[in-house]
Design a protein around this ligand. Sequence first.
Ligand SMILES: Cc1cc2nc3c(=O)[nH]c(=O)nc-3n(C[C@H](O)[C@H](O)[C@H](O)COP(=O)(O)OP(=O)(O)OC[C@H]3O[C@@H](n4cnc5c(N)ncnc54)[C@H](O)[C@@H]3O)c2cc1C
Ligand code: SF4
Length: 476
Amino acid sequence: MEKNSISQIHTTPSLQGRAEGGSAFLYVHRQEAGYRPVHDRIHDFGEVEQTLNTRERKLQASRCMDCGVPFCHWACPLGNKPPEWNDALARGEWERAYQLLSATNPFPEFTGRVCPALCEKACVLNRFNHEPTTNREDEAAITEGAFRERFIQPRIPQRNGTHVAVIGSGPAGLAAADALNQMGYAVTVFEKDEAPGGLLRYGIPNFKLNKAIIDRRIHVLEAEGIEFKYNCPVSSAAIPSQHNLSFSAIIVATGTPTARDLDIPGRSLGGIHLALELLSQQNRVLAGQEFSKEERITARGKDVLVIGGGDTGSDCIGTAHRQGARSVTQIEIMPRPVEGPDDPQNPWPAYPRTLKTTSSHEEGCTRRWNINTLEFLSADGKHVSGVKVQEIEWQANPAGGRPLMVAKGEPEVIKAELVLLAMGFLKPEHPQYPENVFVCGDAANGASLVVRAIASGRETALKVHDYLSKLTMDNG
Ligand SMILES: Cc1cc2nc3c(=O)[nH]c(=O)nc-3n(C[C@H](O)[C@H](O)[C@H](O)COP(=O)(O)OP(=O)(O)OC[C@H]3O[C@@H](n4cnc5c(N)ncnc54)[C@H](O)[C@@H]3O)c2cc1C
Ligand code: SF4
């Protein structure tokens, strides 16, 4: 099957094909909107992803086969139903598409931008020819259409007189607050930061998620009656005594506040930062906040080393490029993942753990694997100037258990005036809370994904509702 060109698109009866039972996948190929060109996007923090025009978007939606066994339902932590809303989208029924989408996903404008699209990996078309449907982009397009056409209006629920507190306004807290608010509870969200969104706002760079997208949704939630209190940290130790009197239930959605650090010689040198120190400051700068020269973390004119090969590391790379880094290197202690699209260790419909090249990697970066970090070095005794690293290999452990890390060759020095530690987050521990306190999102499960945080927030809201309903019945 040849790749479709625009001229082919205009001559294929694909939308009709969809209406006749979804056979468009036979002659319409997957088409992603793609990113803005590197030379254009590298100088600003605007979103890198582009959008398809309406006709092409509908054409993409028409490729969905409406499988008898839709693995996408199973793969999406929210249980989103792409076949249903892709069908509505393909027919141009935008409002119905949004109704179907928002039935399971309260914030598709977030997942439509940053979800790794677990559903697409599980799509039968991915198994068939590695051209799954474009669910994530379709989701974003449906939601942007819904905002544009004003299908999204505040829904004011009837109140039931019961008050619930949510601590933390990341995607998990927002999802829990939204679900409970729609059930009629009076919800107050306590947020330690100056603005809502959690890692959506102070982790994920603007070039992946413009913060106006968060503000737009918060305005709807406020209009629906959720009360937000900012600059309002609630200590976990103080929860039962501070709030149980005023709230019938409390949801803790405080994320994973502690990043994994690297306690090796030289760690106290200037120029070595946790990834979120850079990312959150950059997002705050873009929101208009000012930082002194001493406080400001910048990659401008520097050789940058990112330690950690995951998505947070990738966001550091994109940020360093936009700040004007001289060079960017990313090292990872684990081996290089297999080249995709298939992962023999993790076959379809599971999510493949294959080599991922993000938009930030495309912008230029040296990537190395099997590299252990030994020591931070300094030429002036104050600031980092290089990092001593050691290539390693992983060998099977004869005693069983974790593989052994074995040095390979001599240590070497990577020149770096800015080092960013992107090695993940510790799973938080919680005290024994009273029975009316519920934990959700990353705070409960450890660092994960926006879609999982939203799903966890919704599930927890149902648990709170069950708990409070039983309480009312027992007391009534
Ligand atoms: C740099 C980075 C990039 C990422 N990119 C992606 C991506 O592209 N796609 C994706 O799916 N996932 C991504 N993730 C993961 C995703 O952002 C998280 O899994 C998700 O935000 C977790 O949601 P949450 O609500 O549980 O926690 P968080 O988003 O961490 O929100 C927790 C909130 O609780 C507040 N809080 C904490 N303590 C208190 C307290 N004591 N009192 C009051 N408030 C408190 C915090 O200020 C914060 O607002 C990324 C993560 C990082 C770090
Ligand atoms: S939230 Fe993610 S996994 Fe779920 S349908 Fe959307 S893109 Fe797919």
